[in-house]
Design a protein around this ligand. Sequence first.
Ligand SMILES: Cc1cc2nc3c(=O)[nH]c(=O)nc-3n(C[C@H](O)[C@H](O)[C@H](O)COP(=O)(O)OP(=O)(O)OC[C@H]3O[C@@H](n4cnc5c(N)ncnc54)[C@H](O)[C@@H]3O)c2cc1C
Ligand code: SF4
Ligand code: SF4
Length: 931
Amino acid sequence: MSEAPALILPEKTRSIGRDLRRTLGADKVKDDFPTITAYSVDASIYKVVPKAVVTAETEDDVAATVAYAVSAGVPITPRAAGTNLTGSAVGEGIILDCGRMNRILELNVEERWVRVQPGLNLNEFNKKLEPHGLMFGPDPSSRDMCKLGGMLSNNSAGPHTLRYGSVKDNVHALRIHLTTGAWLDAETLADGDSASDALLAAHPPLAATLALVRKHADLIRSRKPKVSKNSTGYNLFGLVDGLEQGLVDLPKLFVGSEGTLGVISEATLKLVDKPKATATALIHFRHLEEVGQAVFDLLPLTPMALEVMDANTLDLIGRAAHSVPADAAATLLAEFDGSLLPIAAILDRVKAICRTYRLCQEPTIAVEKEHQEQLWKARNALYPTLYRYDAKKKPINYVDDVVVPADRIAELVSYLSAYFKNQDVNVAIFGHIGNGNAHIVPLLDVSDQHDFEAMVAGYHEIHQTVVTRFGGSICGEHGDGRVRAEFVPKYFGEELYALFKQVKAAFDPRSVLNPGVKISTTPFTEHIDYVRLSKPCATCGKCNSVCPVYDVFQSEDMSSRGWFEIVTAPGYEYLNSKRVVEACVNCKSCRTICPAGVDVSDLILQRRAEHPNKLAGAIFAWQGRPWLFEPFIKLMGRTQPVWDRPLPRKLLELGFAPVLRFLAQTAKLPADLVLPRLAPRLLRERHAELTEEQGHHGPVAYFHGCAANYFQDGVGDAVIAVLRKNGIEPVLPRQKCSGTPIETYGHIDRVKAYARFNVESLSRYETIVTGCASCTLSLKDYPKWFQGEERRQAEKIAGKVRHISEVLMGTDFKSVPNKSVPKTVTYHSSCHLRAAGVSKPPRDLIKRLPGVTFVEMRDADRCAGGAGTFIVKDYDTSQKIFERKRAAIRDSGAQIVATSCPACMIQLRNGLRGEVDVRHIAELLRDAYGQ
Ligand SMILES: Cc1cc2nc3c(=O)[nH]c(=O)nc-3n(C[C@H](O)[C@H](O)[C@H](O)COP(=O)(O)OP(=O)(O)OC[C@H]3O[C@@H](n4cnc5c(N)ncnc54)[C@H](O)[C@@H]3O)c2cc1C
Ligand code: SF4
Ligand code: SF4
């Protein structure tokens, strides 16, 4: 069989989206510029622009899309989170995104199995299993972004494969839609019994495959990879192994088939007990060759994970940043399960083993979850972190996933180090050493001829060497995709490869399922995205895992990673992408998490600044004239009891609707939105004696911002009260809006002017206290607006800004709060405060309050969806974002949810409607002072 060309007739290219919309509806089918741009990349080095994207919600959607693709001869690429490193989730026809099919359908705790949909994210899945003491064993380092459909189709593995195996070892059954139009329930059946005979009779492609496997069992057996992990080719080996035991083990065929044989709509998975206690050891070796022996010494302790990073990797990610000793030749990360042996006993033995090696220092041991996460942080985000190293030379995945016998990994690292040194190429080598699985990531500028040639030569030479000298596999867990497809026939030999092609032809005779992936002779250099590889984003998708908009829409065009791609694409124009550019809530969660140091939110704000919103501009201009604006606020504050009732609010909602359309099509002021109490007397009037205007002076300024001044929500008064209790008479300096809301609507000239004013006004103070998350971040970010001397001044200001929680946690309380607040309190961590690097002090502060029981809620670090004025700009989306937060607060059992930001308080109060009390941490402290 020759590789069937992926043909899309010219007239079809224009009508695919239209045809699909007719069947599936406009909500589920998109083919506009932002959508096809966002879906043209995954985490690989490739770019392929699709013609249309379907976001499937049901099995019927899947069946209709496949039927259309088959009848029209249009390629179809199933997609989950798009974090594969091989180009297997991009394609030129239809992308079938199964991310919205993300439910747990059935859970059997006693028998430890679960039936799930393919769009479920691994972390979310495990969080749901946690209360039952269970988890899914395989865990790729991309666990916070990847989804089960992608894991199943790649036969993913990860650090804990050492203990739990790859995905293929943890699957009971799959439900798959075939190009025949049939649904196949693929499970393990007894060979020759009536059920398996009936299944084979119902599915001719399956019968043909089984017949092939039986006929060529010897050939298949002889080519079976001899290493502990393999995800290359079709797993006909698993079928042969099954038949030897009298079983037709169908999941083995489909796990790892990369969407080339059918579309998975359900999976029944095995679960394992979540270890009750674990310990992590970080061990720095001075001599690489000792690592291999140490691994063998540690293996009898049945570690759950053994991960290695070589010296070059440590250099590239920055030793100082990760406290790695200068003389470390390799670092080993080992994790142990306390349910097998007591943790203390394990750690004694680990230390004893370590003493027999020439280490740089005593191993770092972590038993607390937070500390363990810290040790794993660098390892889990290694690949995108390498993006920071050089503006031109980027980590390129083309020999990224080889497997050798575990006892030869040190030899492999030595060989690779010498090879790349000879090529004059920097390389990071890390991976799952316990399984002999090495991730090799050279840093190259592939637009440069020398580097390009080095890549092509290395691709062939290293893969060949791994196979011939080490007896290894070219792929342990990442899959073949576009990158390894070219080498698959070389690895397995033409005879076995011919069987793979026959299997593919049996299931997909028109070659519509993910052509170009796995079974393809297209050179791996085809479709490399040279433009993208010159950009700072690794397309790892990590930001999507925290993007509240992606959380709601589960669609790449409504996601942080997608937006990076869209706003930096050559064809980008505000008008062809307004829908998505205006959808970002500017929570900055992407910036906080990005290992490559990219700030997507800033890029979006820059694009908005090219088209500032006129209505918002008029409002900010009005607010910029306090003599006009403040009387209005006070009047509204005085009359609020009259107009803030259901009927007048309904009239206001209707009256504002046509005006708010100029803010956004989605904007509204719903009658039932719980508004904050507007101040009949502004904060500066209530505390006039502290204002600069009245001559008050001192070293500490309180930058109250707009919300605390205009709202009488208790925040400003509480901040002042607790500062006074601690011996600080703060000055209320002259100030203008810190800039966040203004920047959000694109008016950066005004932001810069206000920043200049505030820098000048604040320059005479030693400490600048804030009580608002957004003001904190905005002031700390001021240097970005200026150059030269002005920038230096702004940097000085940024260095003096302290959120109230930092001020109070930085010293002993002058006056100890002694009034017990016998309440259970949880904490919602405001996004902008996290982005400003402040997340521990507010929690510590709450914990110090007498009588308080602090409970950490699930998803505390996720956006609540208020995002300043976003609650008005897109109320419906903002409420959908809040659903996750509401559930987390409820499940925490807290009586009070504390936060550090007046804007978040609006969203929390509106969403919770009194079900749980909402307080600023300064208010809680003031209560504890009995004031
Ligand atoms: C920083 C980083 C670290 C990583 N670490 C690891 C690691 O430790 N171990 C590891 O194994 N991998 C790792 N990966 C690779 C990747 O994350 C995993 O392979 C992951 O399981 C892919 O899942 P996904 O949801 O992103 O799938 P996608 O990329 O969306 O898809 C992967 C494949 O699955 C197919 N597919 C998706 N859904 C379906 C469906 N419903 N039916 C049929 N086919 C479908 C796609 O067509 C594609 O071929 C890492 C990636 C990154 C960026
Ligand atoms: S912006 Fe950062 S986190 Fe997001 S995809 Fe790019 S590199 Fe990954
Ligand atoms: S700022 Fe928030 S909403 Fe905007 S892209 Fe980043 S994570 Fe998503």
